[in-house]
Write a protein that binds this ligand. Structure first.
Ligand code: ATP
Ligand code: MG
Length: 421
């Protein structure tokens, strides 16, 4: 009989590393909560058309990376490759845009892309994201960037760099598009790239193939085509970042993997991760709501990759946040003691003491080994004879020091002991 393995490009998150993932999600969420962002959850799959329109027909995500299938009922659905389209769909469906603006939301979950698996690039991965909808205020673009940097700082990461660019708006893009297409037309492109140059020439700038490097390096820059409004918006974002003491690098060639970005675009990169250096990214997407059939609803957001953030912590040699250690390990010796210990463990846990016990009628040697392995500071040992005497042995595991404590006093005694070790 063969056994099963996790599907290619996926991995199981096991203790203690699993705790690091939870801690990273918490660290990203904390600054968002302090800034008025509300938690939202949307389904892990949506109508395929939402992503085709919301992410963009010419993107790698839509052309190559989606997990799409037909349901038994004949619906075309796709496992979400990113979070923004679903969140925006929910905002429009529930008319949150008709209430107070901006609507500020955050989310956390699993995302799915059929990619070539590598370190830091998986088919099932985890992001925490944030979106602010119904505002064009450049202070909000800056707010989001600052909140992401706060999360990295709180985690102790020191090597995250912020790359910043503006992709302009509908005021700037047509003239730039013409100039870029004229430039790309000078090269002998393969049919797929030529098609891309016609549909969305900006996407060609994101092509990492070496044979296109010269063509891309010599391409005209969007910053030379920015309208006065787009320029003013970008300058206001930069000023707000400077006021917040956040450093950035201007990255005039930064374009991102989704079609919907306008104006502000940014990426957080970490130099310890090799090829998969982006730990997060985002930007403004003022045209997205309309492209999925809604009203005009400008917005800005980001998504930070949890998997790569954990890899970045490891690359910087940071101690990964671990599980809360146990305070106590309870060792029953004998059948009557087992029952009493189970009740004791329940009482201790209710009193807030992190407690585990030896199960399966383990002998003293095996049980004490389990106590040592558990990381607890103290063990409570209770044999049937102790039970008759009405006292348990409390043992400090590091020193081996042992004292008898009356059973009736045990819970308050242990609570006090653990508070003042
Ligand atoms: P890349 O250029 O590395 O493919 P991307 O631009 O496709 O990244 P986004 O769609 O902006 O990535 O997603 C935001 C973040 O989510 C990325 O910066 C990265 O940290 C993480 N991420 C994206 N795709 C994956 C993946 N396949 N595996 C692990 N993390 C990912
Ligand atoms: Mg990608």
């Amino acid at each position: 009989m063969s056994t099963f393995a996790a599907p290619k490009g996926t991995f199981d998150l096991l203790p203690p590393r699993g705790e690091a993932f939870l801690a990273v999600r918490e660290a990203i969420a904390a600054p968002l909560r302090r800034a008025g962002y509300g938690y939202v959850e949307t389904p892990a799959f949506e109508e395929t058309a939402l992503f085709a329109r919301g992410v963009g027909e010419s993107t790698d995500i839509v052309t190559k990376e989606m997990y799409s299938f037909e349901t038994r009922g004949g619906d075309q659905v796709t496992l979400r490759p990113e979070g923004t389209a679903g969140v925006l769909r929910a905002v429009l469906e529930h008319h949150l845009d008709k209430g107070g603006l901006p609507v500020k939301l955050w989310y956390s979950g699993s995302y799915y892309r059929y990619e070539r698996p590598q370190k830091g690039r998986y088919r099932h991965f985890s992001q925490v994201g944030a979106e602010a909808l119904g505002t064009e205020d450049p202070l909000v673009d800056a707010e989001l960037v600052v909140l992401a940097m706060e999360a990295y700082r709180a985690l102790g990461l020191t090597r995250v760099r912020l790359l910043l660019n503006s992709l302009g708006s509908a005021q700037s893009r047509p003239a730039y598009r013409d100039a870029l297409q004229a430039h790309l037309a000078t090269a002998d492109l393969d049919p797929e790239t030529r098609r891309r140059a016609e549909i969305n020439p900006l996407r060609v700038l994101d092509d990492k193939r070496p044979e296109l490097a010269d063509l891309i390096a010599s391409a005209p820059l969007l910053q030379d085509f920015l309208s006065a409004d787009d320029r003013a918006h970008h300058d206001a974002v930069r000023t707000a970042l400077a006021d917040a003491g956040v450093e950035w690098e201007d990255a005039p060639r930064l374009v991102r993997g989704l079609d919907y970005y306008t104006r502000t675009t940014f990426e957080f990169v970490h130099d310890g991760l090799g090829a998969q250096s982006a730990v997060g990214g985002g930007g403004r997407y003022d045209g997205l709501a309309e492209s999925i059939g809604g009203p005009r609803l400008p917005g800005v957001g980001w998504a930070l990759g949890v998997d790569r953030t954990v890899l970045a912590l490891e690359a910087e040699g940071r101690a990964l946040p671990g599980a809360t250690p146990l305070d106590l390990f309870v060792v029953p010796l004998g059948e009557a003691a087992r029952r009493r210990c189970a009740a004791l463990v329940t009482g201790l846990r209710r009193a807030g003491v992190a407690t585990d016990m030896a199960y399966d009628g383990r002998g003293v040697k095996g049980a004490m080994k389990a106590a040592d392995r558990s990381g607890a500071a103290y063990a409570v040992i209770l044999g049937d004879r102790d039970l008759e005497a009405g006292a348990a042995q409390v043992k400090h595991l590091a020193s081996g020091e042992q004292t008898a404590v009356p059973l009736d006093d045990l819970v308050p005694h242990l609570v006090t002991l653990l508070e003042n070790p």
